[in-house]
Design a protein around this ligand. Structure first.
Ligand SMILES: [Zn+2]
Length: 213
């Protein structure tokens, strides 16, 4: 299912949340909207998605940069050896290491590392400032990229964990119904994926049955 479809439904969930809670203050409304929208997109953090498109481009660039730096170092080491019979062990090691890293690390791995890095920063901030939801959200963002697509993030367990994160946020912002809005946003993603042929394994890894319509 396309990210824009998820986002459209997520936005509708957010609007419903605003209407139901009568949260028409702009700042409050913005919270319901962004929580619902984010909830509807987050399950796909386990794959290149709308949320990580910029990072996918950045990782392509980074990978190219590493390969170039490695190749350039090899050339420099070679020139040093040919002209002065000098061997720089550090330079040779760095050159080989960089080139290998650039060639082996697929772009996806670099993207995942970038996403996880952001998650780790959020987690760290949450821990330092004792912000429960940021801690949980950071952990989710750090782990999700490494999971199999439509695996753990597309389960009832993940929906429950997401609900806990939102509940922590609701306690902090004192916005009633934010948890329900988040759970409905998250669930809307799973429901939409259920319509696709691949379906969703809602109880993975306990039960591998794929639910689809
Ligand atoms: Zn999905």
């Amino acid at each position: 299912m396309k990210g824009s479809t998820h986002l459209a439904i997520g936005t509708m969930v957010g609007v419903a949340g605003i209407a139901y809670q009568g949260a028409y203050e702009p700042w409050d409304a913005a919270w319901y909207l962004s929580v619902a929208a984010f909830s509807s997109l987050s399950p796909d953090l386990d794959a290149p998605s709308m949320l990580t498109r910029k990072l996918t481009a950045a990782s392509r660039f980074l990978r190219g940069l590493v390969v170039w730096a490695g190749s350039a170092s090899i050339v420099v080491a070679l020139i040093a050896y040919l002209s002065d019979r000098l061997v720089h062990p550090e330079l040779v090691t760095a050159a080989v290491a960089l080139t290998l890293l650039g060639l082996i690390a697929r772009q996806g791995v670099i993207r995942n590392l970038l996403v996880s890095g952001i998650g780790a920063c959020l987690f760290y901030t949450g821990m330092n400032d004792s912000i429960g939801w940021l801690l949980g959200f950071g952990l989710y963002v750090a782990i999700a990229p490494w999971l199999k697509h439509r695996g753990l993030t597309h389960t009832l367990w993940a929906t429950a964990a997401w609900g806990w994160i939102a509940w922590e946020l609701e306690q902090q912002l004192l916005l009633p119904g934010l948890t329900v809005t988040a759970i409905m946003g998250y669930a809307s993603h799973l429901l939409l994926d259920i319509i696709t042929p691949q379906g969703v394994r809602l109880l993975y890894p306990l039960w591998n049955k794929s639910w689809k319509l």
